[in-house]
Design a protein around this ligand. Structure first.
Ligand SMILES: Cc1ncc(COP(=O)(O)O)c(C=O)c1O
Length: 357
């Protein structure tokens, strides 16, 4: 008997979620964002399941090389671009597309004296103030890039800071700043992440760049994927590994923060922060035992959590437990843990066995 903790990945739903992107942004090309191991779902598996996408976006060269070595031949875009000059020859060798977001990258490209063609996207900072050339730097970047033998500017992209806030005026301000900054130059335009695909049609441009929605999860703090016609790809399961009976006043787990209000059964589930279950999930976070909700009680430990089994006195060792999945949205667990579902999905650790459906 092995430890029963496992993540089940329903890969065909990735294709379903991709079709939802097509419905929401008809006629636009899709750069499916599969960086960070496809938000914890397995990058190569996700790329195969999403083969109808027009391109894949990863963060960096290392991620792109994993895809190429696995035989993925789609256009691959490095959202963070290259970090040092020695990466530049590999970009051409593996037919990768880099983002250029900083003057230092321009200088590296000029010094590289490229032999082969190198397609690039230029990233503009339209107001997020994280990565990208300021609008006033775009003209000079265009001049230098078009003077660089081998470099081919495919287009311009920008990233939205607050697209998940439906009323925030910043999104349309960013669109306006971006559109104005790149207006004189030919090439494709790309702005929209998942939240923008779902709510800001003005941002759809030539290419959309959805990430989280492909995995069936809502980008909105108060939402769940299902309400957008999405289906979650990852479910996290375990089992009860012990059912114990405690007396009124007994305290549960590290710090003894949760006190039994009466004599009661307490279940121990084989999952903890060592598996990626969030340590900050508070008492009351829902857990499904035998498909019914029970509350988490006490602190999350590395390998275990405890649950209140008063509503399920018949529960036994080995009974199935779901931590998140189609019957228990990961978005809800993230809210209970004071984080976002992106983080929970990315954080499932290699100790968790993965089963593919
Ligand atoms: C530049 C860029 N575009 C698109 C995305 C996809 O965002 P989301 O997962 O919210 O759709 C990301 C993700 O962080 C990103 O960094």
């Amino acid at each position: 008997m092995t430890r029963p903790t496992q993540a089940i990945l329903d890969l065909p739903v990735l294709a379903h979620n991709l079709r939802r992107v097509h419905e929401l942004a008809p006629g636009r090309r899709i750069m499916a964002v599969i960086k960070a191991n496809a938000y914890g779902h397995g990058m190569v598996k996700a790329a195969n399941a999403l083969r109808d996408a027009d391109a894949f976006a990863v963060a960096c060269l290392d991620e792109a090389l994993i895809l190429r070595e696995a035989g993925i031949s789609h256009p691959l875009v490095l959202l963070e671009g290259f970090f040092s000059p020695d990466e530049i020859p590999l970009l051409s060798q593996y037919q990768l597309i880099t983002v250029v977001h900083h003057e230092e990258q321009l200088a590296m490209l000029e010094a590289a004296k490229l032999g082969a063609a190198l397609p690039v996207w230029v990233k503009v900072d339209s107001g997020m103030h994280r990565l990208g050339l300021a609008p006033r730097e775009v003209a000079e970047a265009w001049r230098r890039l078009t003077a660089c033998a081998g470099v081919q500017v495919l287009g311009f992209m920008t990233h939205l800071a607050n697209a998940d806030h439906r009323d925030d005026p910043l999104t349309l301000q960013q669109v306006e700043r971006f559109t104005e900054a790149v207006a004189p130059y030919r090439g494709e335009r790309s702005i929209a992440n998942s939240a923008a695909v779902l709510t800001w049609p003005q941002t759809h441009g030539d290419w959309v760049r959805p990430g989280i929605m492909l995995y069936g999860v809502s980008p909105f703090a108060d939402g769940i994927g299902e309400s957008h016609g999405l289906k979650p790809a990852m479910s996290l399961y375990s089992q009860l590994m012990a059912v114990n009976h405690f007396k009124r006043g007994d305290r549960i787990g590290y710090g003894g923060e949760w006190e039994c209000p009466e004599d009661m059964p307490v279940g121990v589930v084989a999952i903890g922060y060592g598996d990626g279950y969030p340590r900050h999930a508070k008492s009351g976070t829902p857990v499904l035992v035998n498909n019914k909700r029970v509350p988490l009680i006490g602190r999350v430990s590395m390998d275990m959590i405890c649950v209140d089994l008063r509503s399920q006195p018949q529960a036994r060792n080995g009974d199935p437990v779901c931590l998140w999945g189609s019957a228990l949205p990961v978005e809800e667990i993230a809210r209970c843990a004071g984080t976002i579902p992106y983080e929970l999905l990315c954080r499932v650790t290699s100790r968790v066995r993965v089963r593919i459906e």
